[in-house]
Design a protein around this ligand. Structure first.
Ligand SMILES: Nc1nc2c(ncn2[C@@H]2O[C@H](COP(=O)(O)OP(=O)(O)OP(=O)(O)O)[C@@H](O)[C@H]2O)c(=O)[nH]1
Length: 627
């Protein structure tokens, strides 16, 4: 048959050969393949359960088992969250005596990455819904279930952490039935930590999740659900073959980006890469094709063959757009080149990260960077500092506003760049779902209202738990909303949000002047009605954060030419050597070097040294702002 000839049918192979973790090829019936994922609220035990499945199926030997194998990155392990997806093929002989190939596709556990979650779920026929037996259903559990339902997945409820003294299995089952609407009569009970119920999970995957349809005879269509950059092979693309088959040497075309490549290698992950001869419809695997950046092989895109391929992409592709922006400036101007190089390297691996050079009179040369959300932003910042040893000043995150100037739409991702004469100003809104123990409904409603939330709905999930739904400006969420929600609910409430669109509002730019100089990086866009409160809280906070210097420093908040709040920091001559009577030179040196280190994370605005924390002051006004 000619390669990819759409008119010719390849006879669906009755028995196909699959390569497993040990590198051996075994014959597995297509009906014995299962593609599944695990969804859960953060910390409910998804990674621990995945590890147990890998161990039970001996996909990973316990001796080279690094706890939580699927969470490969150091940062993920340290923070205990899944950032990037991964996958693993497991070999499992079920109680019916047949050999199964189980493909586990891991999903990131954070709202910033919900598009990636949706694409990895689209690559599966079923999923395990892990719910903590002590915590019950949380906001993210629900959000993930909705994505699974949209993708028509078979959902298997798994009640985890049954070993905890606070576990209440019956209550959580009822909650899942009532809230999620899934029958829990055959929910699986596990303690991923103690390895209880793991075999039951594997059996349920085999028995309850349907096999993939055998579409090998159709022209190739494969769904990209993740990718990462490898210095030797170029981008490694993770995908699910939906129709047809794929082998090394094929020339592929990515339908949405219209890029073409010759495939060098295809293989399966187990979880290490094992090259195979070809991958058939229904399988998941990886390919390498000398692709230069992950932005060229976007999550959600469809792979087909160049010749006689398919024109129709798989549904669900969308461009991911950054929602949160901040400025990154090296403390030492000489590090600008290093910062540019580091961002370039990170972007090779992170299509959602955007950056553009930015020059500010106060900050010098730096970059305006765009992120999916706050967690994404923190991860990038941490990697720049940790892996690239850069010392950065980071400005407060902001959202992307839209305004009209002389009939033209202008996008504003930096408050200090808001044009003075705009006709209207719009900001992004999101639908916010909060799930909380009913006791904290009052304080959380107060919080949501203080953050300009429009109340939409309240439902009692059970006798003790409630869902609150608000429409809220995204700008209010990207500040300290999450922390405030946690502190007001003693850590028990959970939240989830979805961007819904733009709305016009009475917004103004709040400028800050330090010692008469406009501090551009401290500018913010705020609602007119809150401007005075925020201006007052901000100057008070800045007074606390900016160290006293040898002259008096006035700090002002202003809207246009009008000063709305002011404070001043009195002069001080800080003599660190005053304590050192006597002539101990080494001690003096030590103190001086300590002082120098303390100064490092500062930028001078005019003649005033402003520390990193001051650039973030607008984020932590929290309760002062509401007072
Ligand atoms: N007692 C108990 N603790 C568990 C169990 N399963 C997981 N844990 C613990 O719960 C915490 C969170 O587990 P993870 O597996 O990292 O949770 P996760 O859902 O993968 O979290 P993300 O990767 O952030 O989405 C860890 O400290 C685990 O050791 C269990 O069955 N019993």
């Amino acid at each position: 048959m000619a390669e990819g000839d759409a008119t010719t049918c390849i006879a669906a192979p009755e028995v196909v050969e699959r390569t497993f973790a040990d590198g051996k090829v075994r014959k597995v019936l297509p009906k014995n393949i299962r593609n599944f994922s695990i969804i859960a609220h953060i910390d409910h035990g998804k990674s621990t359960l995945a590890d147990q499945l890998l161990m039970k199926t001996k996909t990973v030997e316990s001796r080279d088992f690094q706890a939580q194998f699927l969470d490969g990155m150091d940062l993920e392990r340290e923070r205990g969250i899944t950032i990037k997806l991964n996958q693993a093929r497991m070999r499992y002989t079920a109680s019916d005596g047949e050999l199964y190939a189980l493909n586990l596709i891991d999903t990131p556990g954070h709202v910033d990455f919900s598009y990636e979650v949706s694409r990895s779920l689209a690559a599966c026929e079923g999923c395990l819904l892990v719910v903590d037996a002590a915590q019950g259903v949380e906001a993210q559990t629900l959000a993930n279930v909705y994505i699974a339902l949209e993708n028509d997945l078979e959902i298997i409820p798994v009640i985890n952490k049954i070993d905890l003294p606070g576990a209440d299995v019956e209550k959580v089952k009822r909650e899942v039935e009532e809230v999620v609407g899934i029958d829990c009569s055959n929910a699986i009970l596990t303690s991923a930590k103690q390895g209880i119920g793991i075999e039951d999970v594997l059996e349920a995957v085999v028995k309850r999740i349907p096999p993939p349809p055998d579409n090998t005879h159709k022209p190739l269509r494969a769904l990209i659900f993740d990718s990462y950059y490898d210095a030797y092979k170029g981008v490694i693309v993770y995908f699910r073959v939906v129709d047809g088959e794929l082998k090394p040497g094929d020339t592929i075309r990515l339908i949405n980006t219209a890029k073409e490549y010759v495939v060098d290698e295809v293989g399966v992950l187990s979880p290490k890469q094992i090259p195979v001869d070809r991958l058939y419809a229904g399988e998941v695997g990886y390919l390498a094709a000398a692709i230069k950046a992950v932005a060229d092989a976007k999550v959600g895109d469809t792979i087909t063959l160049k010749k006689h391929g398919c024109r129709e992409p798989l549904a669900g592709y969308r461009e991911v757009v950054p929602m949160v922006f901040c400025g990154l400036f090296p403390t030492d101007a000489d590090q600008f080149g290093d910062l540019r190089e580091a961002l370039g390297r990170l972007q090779l691996n992170d299509a959602a990260l955007s950056y553009e050079p930015e020059v500010s009179s106060a900050m010098g040369f730096g970059f305006r960077c765009g992120f999916l959300g706050l967690l994404h932003m923190e991860i990038v910042q941490e990697r720049l500092e940790r892996e690239y040893h850069l010392d950065l000043i980071i400005t407060a995150p902001t959202v992307k506003y839209k305004c009209t100037v002389k009939g033209e739409e202008v996008i504003v991702d930096n408050p200090s760049k808001l044009p003075d004469h705009h006709e209207d100003l719009r900001e992004p809104y999101c639908k916010m779902d909060i799930i909380t123990p009913t006791d904290y409904v009052g304080p959380l409603m107060e919080l949501a209202q203080a953050r300009r939330g429009d109340f939409k709905d309240m439902t009692y999930l059970t006798e003790t738990r409630t869902t609150l739904v608000y429409d809220m400006p995204l700008a209010e969420v990207v500040t300290d909303f999450f922390d405030e929600m946690k502190s007001r609910s003693k850590g028990y409430a959970s939240m989830e949000y979805q961007i819904t669109g733009y709305r016009p509002n009475k917004l103004v730019r709040l400028d800050v002047k330090i010692n008469q100089e406009v501090a551009e990086p401290l500018a913010s866009i705020v609602h007119k009605d809150n401007a005075y409160k925020i201006g007052r809280a901000l100057v008070t906070k800045l007074k606390e954060l900016i160290p006293r210097q040898q002259f008096r420093i006035p700090i002002q908040a202003a809207i246009g030419a009008k000063v709305i709040a002011s404070e001043s920091i009195s002069a001080l001559r800080k003599d660190v050597l005053a304590k050192c009577y006597g002539g101990d030179v080494s001690r003096k040196k030590k103190l001086l070097s300590k002082q120098a280190a303390g100064k490092k994370r500062m930028k001078s605005i005019g003649t005033v040294n402003v520390p990193q924390e001051a650039f973030m002051a607008v984020l932590s006004l929290g309760t002062e702002k509401e007072a």
